[in-house]
Every structure is written in structure tokens, then in C-alpha cells.
Design a protein around this ligand. Structure first.
Ligand SMILES: *Cc1c(COP(=O)(O)O)cnc(C)c1O
Length: 444
């Protein structure tokens, strides 16, 4: 790292408290001082480039400084930057709600807006509980989540999250949800297929519902891929079973598509691959193409109607100042345009195959286990001594930067979640660099 980057990193350490970070580690681990971005690349203050292989925490779908989204925002900036959404409405929020509803064939036809992913989760949990209260089931106050689930880090979202690191420190503040087994294929017994594991996990969910469905408000899942706990990719039959069980036991199904929605797993919504619709669906991260914070919860007409009344207290009592911000909604509309204009789902299908092939040497590496892929997500586990495991993510992060790649492993799981605009040449380049980084960190 050279002069300008080092200076910005030092200033940042003094005044900026970075998220999910032990700040002391940055005494020796330099912050990457980003100056600009273009396409898949980020550039630091000294003009060095880095391939954003994780789409800046999975938000960036169409590249940095994407000109199409940028232009839409410039026009919106000169028209309306913000207006409150209580008592007012505006074009971008109406158009976005209608477009998203269309993508579900109108079955999730009502959109409630928040700002970050975690706020969408809070909304979904409160809304599910309040639905049951309004419809005569006030005792349905508990939630079910999966082992290794991640739904965000506010207090309510942590109650349905199962990541020890994020949760333990705040345990006394949290009202824990009921945990059921993850359909993680890595937990297969000898002879079991991915599908068998998924069905076994669903049976455990049914066991719990049999016992106490009268107290359960909703089951919350990350469809197809449990991302933040280490990219657990599971069989879609699990989602079909959750849907059936939720119907049978009168419990809501909340699909947290904050990470896996917006085409990331190969279909626009991950739930599409199981051919099901949840009762509540949360979106954020990629929805604005990584330009602005925005989240939303899409719900069925049945849920909406349970709040529709003359009585204020039967309405949904939740708001954020920037709810439905017009700039963020305009960015999201530009993102939806790009999906259609550039036939993104079809192109990603092709690109996914190219990338998987290019990663063949990584898949074959003697220290790599459980190489897996779903759409535009790749992940694998790296085997090493327990003592080295602790420092592995930081060592890998630093080695990757030396190879011009931005990556942040989760524990011993390395993953790639690149922007969709990556070319096939860039895919080959990235795969080659991942192999080099791996060789440098754990040996050939
Ligand atoms: C990132 C994430 C969240 C939380 O979103 P924030 O914007 O970080 O609050 C919730 N659920 C899933 C599945 C996520 O990946």
C-alpha cells in the first residue's frame, strides 16, 4: 500500500467505526481505501485495482458506477429526492411496487418499505404476529428459524439468527426463536442424498409444528442458500415441504430473499426454483444494484386485508423516516429494466457454467472440500489445522488483495458472488487468481 491509500486508512481508523470489525486488527491489516469503481473493479487511492468478487457485500449486481442506473438517478435527483410516505405517494414507489407484484403474478401484491435488510426482517416478524392478533390468534407469538440462519443484526433479527459470533455477546437482550435443523447436505448420513437430508430436516420441522403450532406465528427461511453462515446450499424440496407444512399448521412462511433474490441463484426469486410463493417475502441488498439502501416486504392480499379496518390500532404500526425513498426506488426500477433489457437471467445461466468450468482446478485442489455452486454463487470449504483456521479469513483476504481480488471468507468457507456484468474473460481471470491465492495461503 502506498502513500495516499495509507493516509486515508489512518484517518478512517481515527474517526470511522467500521462494521462487524475488531478495530484493533486494523493496526496491522490495512483498510482498503477505495477511491472509485467501474464495472467489476474497485480502485484505491493510488490507482491500484481490485476485482469486487463479492459484489460489495452482495449488493452490486450490474457493476460499480453503472451508467444506466446512474442516469436514472440523475434524472430523479432533479425531480424529487424524497417525500415522506405517510400521507404522500410518488411515481417511483408506485411503479416499483407494481413491477415487483407483477413478478409474482400478483400473488404478493402489497409492498411495505424499509431501509436495510434487517428492517425488512423486523417488519416481516411484526406483521406476521400482528396478522394473527388481528384475526383472533393472539397467542401465536413465537417464530421458527433454521440452524445456521442469518437474518440481520438488529435485536429482532438476531432472535431468528443462529450465528454464535453475532448473537452470544447480546444474548441477554434477545428473545430466542425455535431452532430446527438446517437441510445442509454436508450433514448427510452415509447413502443419503441432498434430497433425503432436506426431507429429514422438514420432518423435524413438522415435529415441532405438531407440538406447538398454536403458538407459532411464522417460519423464516433463506431460500436455497443460507449465505452468511457459510453458504449452505440445499435441495429445493425443503422449501416445498415448508410451504405445505405452513399451510397445514396455519403458520406464515417468511422467505428472506435479501441475499438470494434478484437473480442471484439463477431465477429471479429463489423460491421460483421450488415453484412456491411465501406469505411474506423480504428483499434488499441487490434491489438497487448496490446504489442506495432500500428494503421491502411483499405480502399476500390475505395478510393485507387483516389490517384493513376503521380502527388505527388494527393497522400495521411501523415506519422509518426514509421509507420508500424515491431515489432508491428509481434505482430499483432501473435494475428491473436491466433484467429485462439485457436478458440477465438467461445470460447468468451461461456465465455460471463458464465460471464453474474455470474453477475446476480449485474444485480439484487437495485442501478444498464441498465445492458448490448455485447460479451466481460459488463456495468451498478449505481444510487446515484448527489453529490456523482462526486467522484464515484475514490471511486469505490479504493474499487476495495482493492478487487484485476483494474477497472475505467466512470461517474456512471461501465464496464468490461476483457482479452479473462480469465478462467471460474476467471470469477466467478471477478463477485463475482464486487458485493462486489458495496456493499461497494453504500450499499447492
Ligand atoms: C444481509 C442480510 C440481511 C440483513 O441485511 P442488512 O441490510 O445487512 O441489514 C438479512 N438477511 C439476509 C439473508 C442477509 O443476507
Amino acid at each position: 500500500m502506498t502513500a495516499a491509500s495509507a493516509q486515508w486508512a489512518a484517518r478512517s481508523r481515527k474517526s470511522v467505526w467500521h462494521p462487524c470489525t475488531q478495530m484493533k486488527h486494523h493496526e496491522t491489516l490495512p483498510l482498503l481505501a477505495v477511491k472509485s469503481g467501474k464495472g467489476v473493479w474497485l480502485y484505491d487511492q493510488d490507482g491500484k485495482r481490485y476485482f469486487d468478487a463479492i459484489s460489495s457485500w452482495w449488493t452490486n449486481l450490474f457493476g460499480h458506477a453503472n451508467p444506466y442506473i446512474g442516469q436514472a438517478l440523475k434524472e430523479q435527483l432533479d425531480t424529487l429526492e424524497h417525500a415522506m410516505l405517510a400521507g404522500c405517494t410518488h411515481e417511483p414507489v408506485v411503479e416499483l411496487s407494481e413491477s415487483l407484484s407483477d413478478l409474482t403474478g400478483g400473488r404478493l401484491g402489497h409492498c411495505f418499505f424499509g431501509s436495510d435488510g434487517a428492517s425488512a426482517i423486523e417488519i416481516a416478524l411484526k406483521m406476521s404476529f400482528h396478522f394473527w392478533k388481528n384475526t383472533g390468534y393472539p397467542e401465536k407469538q413465537e417464530f421458527i428459524c433454521l440452524e445456521h440462519s442469518y437474518h440481520g443484526e438488529t435485536i429482532g433479527a438476531l432472535s431468528v439468527t443462529d450465528v454464535v459470533l453475532f448473537k452470544d455477546a447480546y444474548a441477554p437482550l434477545i428473545r430466542n426463536a425455535n431452532l430446527v435443523p438446517s437441510p445442509d447436505p454436508r450433514s448427510a448420513e452415509p447413502g443419503e442424498t441432498d434430497k433425503d437430508v432436506a426431507l429429514r430436516a422438514a420432518d423435524r420441522l413438522e415435529g415441532l409444528l405438531k407440538e406447538k403450532a398454536d403458538r407459532i406465528s411464522a417460519v423464516i427461511v433463506e431460500p436455497l442458500v443460507q449465505c452468511a453462515a457459510g453458504f449452505i446450499m440445499y435441495h429445493p424440496v425443503y422449501l416445498r415441504r415448508v410451504r405445505e407444512l405452513c399451510d397445514r399448521y396455519h403458520v406464515h412462511m417468511i422467505a428472506d430473499e435479501i441475499a438470494v433474490g434478484m437473480g442471484r441463484t439463477g431465477s429471479f426469486f429463489a423460491c421460483d426454483q421450488a415453484d412456491i410463493r411465501p406469505d411474506l417475502l423480504c428483499l434488499s441488498k441487490g434491489i438497487t444494484g448496490g446504489f442506495l439502501p432500500l428494503s421491502l416486504v411483499m405480502v399476500t392480499d390475505a395478510i393485507y386485508r387483516a389490517f384493513y379496518d376503521d380502527d388505527v390500532t388494527r393497522g400495521f404500526l411501523h415506519s422509518h423516516s426514509y421509507t420508500g425513498n424515491p431515489l432508491a426506488c428509481r434505482a430499483a426500477l432501473a435494475v428491473l429494466d436491466l433484467f429485462e433489457k439485457d436478458k440477465v437471467i438467461a445470460r447468468n445461466r451461461q456465465l455460471s457454467g463458464v465460471m464453474t468450468k474455470a474453477l475446476e482446478p480449485v474444485c480439484q485442489h487437495r485442501k478444498v472440500h464441498h465445492f458448490r455452486n448455485k447460479g451466481m454463487i460459488w463456495a468451498f470449504d478449505v481444510d487446515m489445522g484448527a489453529e490456523k483456521q482462526v486467522t484464515f479469513p484475514r490471511r486469505f483476504f490479504q493474499a487476495a488483495l495482493r492478487h487484485e481480488v476483494l474477497m472475505r471468507p467466512i470461517g474456512n468457507t471461501v465464496y464468490l458472488m461476483p457482479p452479473y456484468v462480469m465478462t467471460t474473460e474476467e471470469a477466467a481471470w478471477l478463477a485463475d487468481r482464486v487458485e493462486s491465492v489458495l496456493n499461497e495461503v494453504v500450499g499447492v
